[in-house]
Design a protein around this ligand. Structure first.
Ligand SMILES: [Zn+2]
Length: 345
């Protein structure tokens, strides 16, 4: 008899009904590791992450060993462990390509899933990127009957996008197990005045990427380039300055939101069946209505016969700006079992 991996071996009492494996969920970021043992209703526990962000002095091999130990010490015997990981991940293998907050500029891929399986072979380990986990939560809470494809875009310390096909329960990836790493695409600086932002660096080491100007750190770089006096305390200054109609703050928002609006416009041009898009992350949460209004203003503007501008009802129907707490990767990753067979090239 083959035993489904998520069911405990009932060998000790052959007549008993198989007991479902306990579920352990974790959301791993540069600042915190959040864990939940026992499903959706169980309380979440939060521990400081053994990361480069918190321990700039520790070598990468030590940080990785500490992460392995933290996870394998916590997970219950025979569990199904679902992990949302704040890094670019090969979704086909569980290998981690790199994460500046966790492991600095270490660029050699690291097969975290393989190390976890070696260390705790009794556990079924399932690993996805945190944008994928956030997308699953957004789709579960916001998709309506008939929604065909749904996307989640995070604009935060980095920028990432994931699209799911709800009709086929699929999240297509490339041969490297990736999808939607849009933060590292070249940024269009085509509108008048945007050339002032040319040459800004990206966390990946290149220049002129979308994240160079539109992520949280990118907006700080853009503010410095524009010579704004409050660039050093941007998250504290910008919302109030926008509310007060400060022209420098307004210009910064326009320049940094433009390439994000361009990305959304391109997505809808390429995929008219993309029925729902969530936009979240620290930049969106921090700037709130100012950010949403600027993106909507740009999408409402006609740019050509092929892009005639989207009216308010059309946008209301498809575009959701997510306030803090609305999307939770720790909740979303619990649904990954249903999706994993459909995460394929
Ligand atoms: Zn980059």
């Amino acid at each position: 008899m083959t035993l489904h991996p998520s069911v405990r071996d009932p060998a000790r009492s052959p007549n008993a009904t198989p007991v479902p494996a306990p579920v352990f969920a974790a959301d791993i970021g540069g600042s915190w590791v959040r864990m939940r043992d026992g499903g959706q209703q169980a309380p979440a526990e939060r521990l400081p992450s053994p990361s480069r962000l918190r321990h700039p002095d520790r070598p990468v091999h030590q940080l990785r060993a500490e992460m392995l130990q933290l996870l394998s010490d916590r997970v219950p015997a025979g569990a199904r462990a679902v992990l949302s990981f704040g890094a670019a991940i090969d979704h086909l293998t569980g290998s981690v390509y790199g994460s500046a907050p966790l492991w600095g500029d270490e660029s050699a891929p690291y097969d975290l899933a393989a190390d976890l399986r070696r260390r705790r072979p009794d556990v079924t380990w399932q690993l996805v990127n945190d944008v994928t986990a956030a997308l699953l939560d957004f789709a579960a809470t916001h998709a309506r009957p008939g929604t065909r494809r749904v996307a989640y875009l995070t604009v935060s310390s980095g920028i990432g996008l994931r699209i799911a096909d709800l009709e086929r329960t699929r999240i297509p990836v490339d041969s490297g197990g990736l999808q939607g790493e849009v933060g590292h695409l070249p940024v269009p600086l085509s509108e008048p005045g945007a050339e002032v932002l040319a040459g800004l660096p990206c966390e990946c080491g290149a220049t002129d990427h979308l994240a160079s100007v539109a992520s949280g750190p990118g907006m700080v770089r853009a503010a410095l380039r524009l010579g704004l006096a409050d660039a050093g305390r941007l998250p504290e200054w910008l919302p109030g300055a926008l509310a007060a109609g400060d022209p420098g703050a307004r210009r910064l928002l326009e320049l940094c939101a433009a390439p994000v609006a361009h990305l959304l416009r391109t997505l809808w041009c390429l995929d008219p069946h993309l029925d729902l898009v969530g936009v979240g992350g620290g930049v969106v949460e921090g700037l709130g209505g100012h950010y949403a209004a600027e993106i909507r203003r740009r999408l409402a503007t006609a740019t050509s016969y092929a892009d005639r501008g989207r009216d308010a009802d059309w946008l209301d129907d498809r575009l959701v700006f997510c306030e803090p707490g609305r999307v939770d990767p720790l909740r979303g990753v619990l649904g990954i079992g249903e999706w994993l067979p459909g995460i394929t090239p």
